[in-house]
Ligand binder design. Structure first.
Ligand code: T3D
Length: 265
């Protein structure tokens, strides 16, 4: 992955790629450039076989404040519905790549996660939040509705009633409350966020990567299918998991009474 991004800092080591959104003066609001760079960096991490887990985070005092309002449609007064849909398509590409990459993704959230930044965190597989996190479906505050996959992920994570409340009232949800709601997997003191995120990432990066990719496929496709279709898919995907070297290694390790050494193959 290239490292000369204008609005991202990227770092890969020990099979973990850390992508940091870096426009701290505006709480990492998305301008066109940062969105294009994030699309590129996430696609690169998805392709790179050495990368077995991806962490997405924000620089400065928050995760992200959503679309940059100074580049926003109403600020330049021109956008027709078609242009909005084209613009959103760039976010949709990012969300699909996060979903479809055959390796785990983690959003590490401190401070504010507002608007489309919040929903990009929801599109990651796991979320670890600091106790100072502030999740805000800020859209209705400016007369909009959730985008960036919010209409899909939010009700699935917290239930329809809470999703409607968060979208309509657009109130802040704190890190501890987000954990209680199931919006995040874990909430930790802010000073421990980096370490807590790395601990989960290290476990995943040394785990059975191919099985994780298949787990994503099974779970995400299962969200939209009936039992019969899900069971059919399960049969197909387990048929693939059972042929992986990591599965064979785990069985050997079991009988040799040692921890498995997964190669992600
Ligand atoms: O066509 C399309 O693109 C549709 C897509 C829409 C996607 C969306 O994401 S819509 C939602 C957009 N985001 C927002 O409406 C949130 C706007 N920001 C805020 O409401 C507040 O800043 C926060 C609640 C996020 C944080 O509040 P606070 O008090 O912690 O920080 P602050 O002082 O308001 O912000 C710090 C600076 O960042 C400030 O600049 P300054 O005064 O220090 O020079 C502020 O203007 C700037 N900033 C914050 N958010 C944005 C922003 N600048 C541009 N765009 C932002 N979204």
């Amino acid at each position: 992955m290239r490292s000369d991004f204008q609005h991202l800092v990227t770092q890969t080591s020990e099979h973990i790629s850390i992508i940091t959104m870096n426009r701290p003066a505006v709480l990492n609001a998305f301008n066109e450039r940062m969105l294009a760079e994030l699309n590129e960096a996430v696609a690169d991490a998805a392709q790179d076989e050495d990368v077995r887990c991806v962490i997405l985070k924000g620089a400065g005092r928050g995760f992200g404040s959503g679309q940059d309002l100074s580049e926003f449609s109403s600020a330049n007064g021109s956008k027709e519905p078609l242009e909005v849909s084209k613009h959103l398509g760039k976010y949709h590409q990012l969300i699909r790549t996060l979903q479809e990459m055959a390796k785990p993704t983690i959003a590490s959230v401190h401070g504010v996660a507002a608007g489309i930044s919040c929903n990009i965190a929801l599109a990651c597989d796991l979320r670890i939040a600091a106790d100072n996190a502030r999740f805000i479906q800020a859209f209705a505050r400016i007369g909009l509705m959730p985008d960036g996959g919010g209409g899909y992920f939010l009700p699935r994570l917290v239930g329809i009633g809470k999703a409607l409340e968060m979208a309509m009232l657009a109130d802040e949800v704190s890190g501890p409350e987000a954990e209680r709601l199931g919006l995040v997997n874990k909430c930790v003191p802010a000073a421990e966020l980096e370490e807590a995120t790395l601990q989960v990432a290290q476990r995943l990066a040394h785990g059975p990567t191919r099985a994780y990719g298949l787990i994503k496929q099974l779970m995400y496709q299962g969200l939209d299918s009936d039992l019969a279709s899900s069971l059919k898919l399960e049969g197909e995907l387990q048929g693939r998991a059972i042929t992986t070297e990591d599965h064979r290694e785990a069985i050997r390790a079991f009988f040799e009474k040692r921890a498995p050494k997964y190669q992600g193959k």
